[in-house]
Design a protein around this ligand. Structure first.
Ligand SMILES: [Zn+2]
Length: 307
């Protein structure tokens, strides 16, 4: 009887999401809590969430996975830097978690966990290689190669959001300039529109989307400029990895035809024809749950589960 469950946490600077998956990767329970600023409050919140999971689980919890925002060192087993959650910087999470997580657990980068979630239980099921890009306030990404999560030598692989696509672009919080994240994420869409339309009070990418839908030329151009850089980034991915699939997730996916349409055209122009033809660029399927589903599925793998 397959009656075990696996827990997943998706730890971001704004929210901590958590849940339980069954053996088929279905979420049987999920919850969330605001991310506390202080580390002691953060650990208390996690301990509380773990207790809730214990109560809500229909069966024993066999393993637990954590996806954390930031650079998580596989060697030092701590977050080296978390731009969105500075309280976690350098903190030894493993001994702290061990005090209350009474199941085998694993910690990884949140975008990597999301990619693993889509690969195991989302739009990437059945693919051997894929790259997931999550485009929202920032751009996160994760890579699956030959059926395995590619974490890189230290755990820092898949930082597609910080490859340079525009050498003369804006400075990025990562220390670089003209990163994919500064050129093609949701804030950029708004920034483009404000520069083009002038004197506007638009502050949200969704508003620019609605304007584009209504045929507003400046809104359409705002998306087109982001799509150009997104296409450059995707062209690099295709030529470097020749992946079976590229999945696009995050808030801006709803702006599909304005962003993804022209981005795919740009990708076609910037990648090898044969490699482009063999790659399916599709929308991700798990939405905001990808990270916690992936963290749970990834922990399960370590715990020896077959699925
Ligand atoms: Zn950057």
């Amino acid at each position: 009887m397959k009656t075990f469950y696996d827990a997943g946490f998706d730890i971001g600077g704004t929210q901590v999401k958590y849940g339980l998956i069954d053996y088929e990767g279905r979420l049987v329970f999920k919850g969330k809590v605001r991310s506390p600023e202080a580390i002691a409050d953060f650990l208390a919140a996690l301990e509380g969430a773990w207790a809730i999971l214990g109560r809500k689980s229909p069966g024993p919890i066999r393993s637990c996975g954590f996806g954390v925002a930031g650079f998580y060192s596989l060697k030092q087993k701590r977050i080296i830097q978390s731009p969105n959650y500075p309280a976690l910087d350098g903190y030894p999470l493993v001994p702290a978690f061990r005090k209350f997580i009474d199941a085998p657990f694993r910690i990884g980068n949140d975008a990597n966990m999301a990619a693993f979630g889509e690969y195991k239980h989302g739009a990437g099921r059945g693919a051997r290689s894929l790259v997931l890009l999550t485009i929202g306030t920032g751009i996160g990404s994760g890579i699956i190669l030959d059926g395995k999560l590619w974490e890189g030598e230290g755990g820092y692989a898949g930082e597609l959001g910080h490859i340079t696509v525009n050498p003369e672009g804006d400075p990025c919080p990562c220390g670089g300039r003209g990163c994919l994240e500064t050129e093609a994420s949701a804030p950029r869409i708004v920034k483009n529109y404000r520069a083009l339309a002038g004197g506007t009070d638009v502050t949200d990418a969704r508003d620019v989307y609605l304007l584009a839908k209504a045929g507003d030329a400046a809104a359409l151009e705002s998306f087109r400029r982001c799509a150009y850089y997104l296409g450059i980034g995707l062209g690099i991915v295709i030529n470097l990895l020749n992946p079976e699939k590229i999945l696009i997730g995050g808030g801006v996916v709803s702006a599909g035809k304005f962003l993804l349409g022209p981005a795919v055209e740009e990708t076609r122009r910037r990648s090898h024809r044969i490699s482009f033809a063999g790659c399916r660029i599709e929308k991700a399927a798990l939405g905001n749950d990808a990270g916690l589903v992936g963290a749970a599925a990834w922990a399960r793998l370590k715990a020896g589960g077959r699925t």
